[in-house]
Design a protein around this ligand. Structure first.
Ligand code: ZN
Ligand code: ZN
Ligand code: ZN
Length: 174
């Protein structure tokens, strides 16, 4: 299912193509909606990742955010950062090794539904999937905690009580 159009088609023109996925991950994995939305804001549209996206810059953005905050890191990330620092220090860093190491990070943080965590460009850090999600339907898309859901009726992210949106409930009582 495409998270953009909520259609049953697996991909639509608003979703990244298989080539896009291969370019970023080296395998056929779907990108998180947060990442996809971030690229959209950068002007990198589906089908253009290879032509327009600088993966080395992307890695730098993520690594800078990760090194600011070690607190919430999973064993995977600590291991990844440790190896990355070592490769940079001991001269074992080759272009191939760097690219391979980079893709491991992308697969872990930018692919939908893999690690239990994802990199939130909205929050500039790693967040837990069970606590956060990224809404693309709002006028101001972004990562929200799971206390909020998107209401199609008033077209915003709200708290829901017994399946009803807090904003729509209060409208009815007016
Ligand atoms: Zn987000
Ligand atoms: Zn509502
Ligand atoms: Zn929303």
């Amino acid at each position: 299912m495409c998270y953009w159009c909520k259609d049953l088609r697996r991909t639509c023109s608003r979703a990244p193509t298989v080539n896009d996925m291969m370019f970023v991950f080296g395998e056929h994995l779907e990108v998180t909606s947060c990442f996809s939305d971030y690229l959209d804001k950068l002007g990198v549209k589906p089908g253009q990742f290879e032509a327009k996206l600088n993966l080395w810059e992307l890695r730098t953005t993520i690594v800078e955010a990760l090194t600011k905050d070690y607190v919430q890191h999973s064993p995977f990330l600590l291991d990844w950062l440790g190896k990355w620092e070592k490769m940079n220090l001991d001269g074992s860093l080759t272009l191939d090794a760097s690219a391979e190491h980079m893709q491991k990070l992308f697969r872990h943080l930018l692919a939908a539904g893999t690690g239990g965590h994802y990199f939130s460009f909205c929050r500039n850090g790693v967040v837990e999937q069970r606590r956060y999600w990224h809404c693309v339907q709002c006028d101001e898309p972004g990562c929200r905690t799971r206390e909020f859901g998107h209401c199609d009726r008033c077209d915003g992210c709200r708290r829901f009580f017994n399946g009803e949106c807090e904003s729509c409930i209060s409208d009815e009582s007016d």
